[in-house]
Design a binder for this molecule. Structure first.
Ligand code: FES
Length: 156
């Protein structure tokens, strides 16, 4: 079961909030979500609000009130593992990405990154490549990963 499926199960377990809103229950739910992701991704805040019939601004005000809970924007990383990128050691990049994502977990102010692979990003000439959201990064070395993720956080 992946993280998002687990999250959906957790939110479903708090369905009583829809009928009988109690702030303590919502805070409890947000703590569970933070335990799962290391933060409360913005898109998940919207999901919770929609599922429980509450306004997203309610969640935002709770996050402001409880400094131990923190929000983060979710960024999707796609690493190319196609033939050209694999020749240029995209396997090492995968390891560096996993390590950096782990290191950023629970760090306040850090974005939330999810990581998948794809067989070709159609930029073979500039291998190895990875994409974060809609932006392609080419000729990436494992030592570049931290700087790249920091630059994405800086754009938020
Ligand atoms: S194999 Fe990586 S971009 Fe084509």
């Amino acid at each position: 079961m992946d993280q998002d499926q687990l999250m959906e199960d957790i939110v479903a377990g708090y369905g009583d909030i829809k009928e009988n809103y109690q702030q303590e229950r919502l805070v409890e739910l947000l703590r569970e979500i933070q335990e799962l992701y290391g933060c409360i991704p913005e898109d998940i805040q919207k999901y919770i609000a929609d599922e429980l019939g509450i306004k997203q601004v309610v969640i935002k005000s709770i996050l402001k009130y409880f400094p131990s809970l923190h929000s983060a924007k979710r960024h999707k990383i796609t690493l190319c593992v196609g033939p050209r990128c694999s020749q240029k050691e995209s396997g090492e990049l995968a390891e560096a990405l996993r390590e950096e994502i782990r290191a950023r977990r629970n760090r306040k102010g850090a974005g939330f990154f999810t990581f998948t692979t794809k067989n070709c990003l159609k930029q073979c000439r500039n291998a190895p490549n990875l994409k974060i959201d809609d932006k392609i990064f080419s000729g990436v070395r494992p030592g570049d990963i931290r700087k790249i993720l920091n630059s994405i956080d800086g754009d938020d």
